[in-house]
Design a protein around this ligand. Structure first.
Ligand code: HSC
Ligand code: NAD
Length: 699
């Protein structure tokens, strides 16, 4: 190996015999920052000028290039070679160019690799065009090259989901030419050099993906193929622009010459890049990563070694929580109050696994074997953390934490899955409040991504850090918040719920309110949600006194989806919901009996009255330092409550509307409607006056 020569701050040139190595080193993920592009461009020309007979492009560190540098989008970037110039230099090089891939070749990274004449990878490498998840499409020729290598159906699937495919799948589909046997970077380098020498010795053709048309020929003029695909993803991609734009580019790849297709790609890319959806999704990408950082917790804070987890309660939440841990191989002891409840809970867990298409029969047994059921809390004695998921009752939780304090080993982390109760009060009954924390999972706990961790006043640094680390391990999106009734998510939801109820009394219908939220991008509105959960949760016939709409519906035999009648009537076969005149009349009669005048409520008013109190509450949450930063609130709402990610989250959305506008509306609703949730947050007011933002506000 020759001396290395710096081409730019992140790219160097080395030599191994006849082969030039262009090596990228731009931690953490070798993103295509301007200096990487410049180095790659110069690397191609200098390698050729130096008399090398082949070139290997490879990266240091944990991964091949993982994409464009997202932080450069929309910013001021020093002038350097454009990505297309880099790609042309590779594709048109007069000697073989081999991309050597480990880690993840994503987005612009894969688009660079697609301009090499050959691709070699380690078995653990993964490949993808995930731009769709940033509200974008691959803007560096990927939309035209990927279908030419893997065919249209596979490109459609990869680009509209952003899925990462394995080396084996990539090789089978034609994306990779050789998968080496080991995973080490040195081995990859050696094998890629060997491949390059072979290419020279055997005079292998300099394959330019852009020149290949064989794999797209079948889809040319085949409108039906695209129509069917659009239909198949319609439900999942409702409201998003990027999936449709990706499809249009692939249609262009099938139907137009390469350069014409590139023009379509360029135009649609710019449209997305400058639009609000991608702006929101790119913001969200960094928001999710920022949420992992807790300013006062040092990176090297010692973690509790969690080898075994205890869960108390095998109900709706306990069973789902257990699945998260066994899915990553951590054994769980789950304790119930009696054998019947335990059997029932474990039965549901088994059924969930059996129903899941991604779990084989063998895996079901493997996972179930990691769960030990018990009816004695003493079996928690060897657990490193215990999560309580019994009924939402403070006295019960306090009794239980006293017991856990006596049973659990010193240093064990004690968590409550409470949705709204005071974690400090729960901690106060133990002799070790520093070990106590809230871990608020969302239902269904094995599916929902959000983990809203609730830091008590006395939770130790190690407990805080461990809770975040374990969240990552079980593949949740974790956010750390402080103690207040309902924490971040439910506290804001209460405000939305209060206004929804109020508007029913004024004459809006459940369907009207739900449809405003559905059209905004939520999966469903509050009344569909109540029907799904069951209207009779916490309702008792004996004490029901026709004092709320919900009571009246229950008294009229309306229990929600489970008996086909709730705020809506449900088709017994399809479960499709239809608005019900009887319900509207019941609500109207009740409202009139309470002296409420009935009127038309407009969609705009519904939207404002549902969402502005949430924005106001979010600002109060920031004021009280319950959330660390505005963007954390957005992460909670996107992952826990179905806020459409293409609108960024309530804080980002409010900023995009303009805080001054929101403040003026809140003040006017406060005057006309009143209620504590309309009292204007002083922080919101001051940010509006100073031109500040909620999304970037840090407490
Ligand atoms: C793209 O490539 C567009 C192209 O089509 C080119 C368009 C050309 C336009 C031409 C116009 C004419 N940039 O996730 P982690 C940071 S779009 C900047 O915790 P992991 C991240 O913020 C891009 N920074 O690690 C974090 O920083 P922190 C397509 C990036 O191991 C740190 O790296 N590519 C970044 O769990 C670690 O990240 C993607 O969408 C980027 N591209 O996962 C891939 N990527 O430590 C996005 C990461 O300061 N990235 N960072 O917080 C990922 O999916 C994951 O980061 C990995 C690693 C799977 C790479
Ligand atoms: P659930 O009624 O479905 O389950 C509670 C389980 O706890 C029952 O199986 C019960 O037998 C068991 N239990 C009660 N007392 C016990 C005791 N002393 N010892 C052992 N087991 C006992 O309730 P859930 O919906 O799973 O809620 C559990 C907790 O999670 C609550 O604090 C709730 O607020 C919270 N939570 C619920 C949801 C949700 O959507 N259901 C979401 C987030 C958080």
């Amino acid at each position: 190996m020759s001396e290395s020569m710096e081409l730019s701050q992140s790219v160097r040139l080395e030599r191994d015999g006849d082969v030039a190595l262009v090596i990228v080193n731009n931690p953490p993920v070798n993103a295509l920052s301007w200096h990487v592009r410049q180095g790659l461009f110069d690397g191609m020309t200098q390698a050729v000028e130096s008399g090398a007979k082949a070139i290997v492009v490879i990266c240091d560190g944990r991964t091949f290039i993982a994409g464009a540098d997202i932080s450069e989008f929309g910013g001021n970037v020093p002038k350097a070679a454009g990505l297309q110039e880099v790609q042309a230099a590779m594709e048109d090089a007069p000697i073989p160019v081999i991309a050597a891939i480990h880690g993840t070749a994503l987005g612009g990274g894969l688009e660079v690799a697609l301009c090499a004449h050959y691709r070699v990878s380690v078995p653990s490498a993964r490949f993808g065009l995930p731009e769709v998840n940033l509200g974008l499409l691959p803007g560096a020729g990927g939309t035209q090259r990927l279908p030419r290598l893997v065919g249209v159906p596979k490109a459609l699937e990869m680009m509209t989901t952003g899925r990462h495919v394995s080396s084996a799948e990539a090789q089978a589909g034609g994306l990779v030419d050789e998968v080496i046997s080991g995973d080490g970077l040195e081995e990859l380098k050696a094998e890629a050099v060997a491949f390059a020498n072979k290419a020279v010795a055997e005079d292998l053709p300099l394959v330019r993906v852009r020149d290949r048309d064989d794999k797209v020929a079948e889809a040319k003029g085949n409108d039906q193929l695209f129509a069917d695909f659009r239909k198949s993803i319609a439900r999942k991609t409702r409201g998003f622009l990027a999936p449709e734009y990706n499809i249009q580019c692939i249609e262009a790849a099938a139907n137009l010459p390469f350069d014409e297709g590139l023009k379509v790609e360029g135009k649609l890319f710019m449209e997305l890049m400058t639009g609000p959806q991608s702006g929101a999704q790119r913001y969200y990408f960094f928001a999710e990563r920022a949420a992992n950082k807790i300013p006062d917790i040092a990176k090297d804070t010692p973690l509790i070694d969690v080898q075994k987890v205890g869960i108390l309660g095998a109900g709706t939440m306990g069973g789902g929580i257990a699945m998260n841990f066994v899915n990553v191989g951590i054994p769980v002891t789950i304790v119930e109050r009696d054998q019947a409840s335990l059997d029932k809970g474990l039965g549901v867990v088994r059924k969930n696994y059996e129903r899941s298409r991604s779990t084989t029969a063998e895996q079901v047994e493997e996972r179930m074997s990691l769960i030990t059921g018990s009816i004695s809390k003493h079996d928690f004695a060897d657990c490193d953390m215990v999560i309580e998921a019994v009924f939402e009752d403070m006295e019960l939780k306090k009794t239980i934490f006293k017991e856990l304090d006596e049973i659990c080993k010193p240093g064990a982390l004690l968590a409550s899955n409470t949705s709204a109760l005071d974690v400090n009060e729960i901690a106060s009954v133990t002799s070790r409040p520093e070990s106590v924390i809230g871990m608020h999972f969302f239902s269904p706990a094995n599916v929902m991504k959000l983990l809203e961790n609730v830091r008590g006043d006395k939770s130790s640094d190690s407990v805080v850090a461990t809770t975040m680390a374990i969240g990552k391990k079980i593949k949740k999106v974790s956010v750390m918040v402080g103690v207040c009734p309902g924490f971040v998510g439910n506290r804001m939801l209460f405000m939305r719920g209060a206004e929804a109820e109020r508007m029913l009394m004024e004459g809006a219908t459940p369907a009207q309110i739900d449809s405003v939220l559905y059209n905004f991008g939520f999966p469903m509105g509050p009344f569909s949600m109540s029907d799904l959960a069951g209207l009779d949760i916490g309702w008792k016939q004996e004490t029901s006194s026709s004092s709320t709409i919900r009571e009246i519906l229950c008294e009229n035999g309306r229990r929600g989806q489970k008996n086909g009648r709730g705020y809506y009537t449900y088709d017994p076969d399809t479960r499709a919901a239809t608005p019900d005149h009887e319900v509207e009349q019941l609500i109207k009669d009740f409202a009139v009996s309470k002296g409420h005048e009935q009127r038309e409520v407009t969609e705009q008013e519904i939207l404002e009255r549902l969402l502005y109190p949430m924005v106001n509450e979010g600002a109060k949450i920031l004021e009280e330092k319950i959330a660390i930063r505005g963007s954390d609130i957005d992460v909670v709402w996107v992952n826990g409550y179905g806020w459409p990610v293409y609108r960024g989250g309530p804080m980002h959305w409010a900023d995009s509307i303009g805080l001054a506008e929101i403040v003026s509306k809140i003040e006017s609703y406060n005057e006309s409607l009143g209620g504590k949730h309309w009292d204007l947050s002083p922080l919101l007011k001051s940010l509006a006056e100073s031109g500040g933002q909620l999304q970037t506000h840090a407490s």
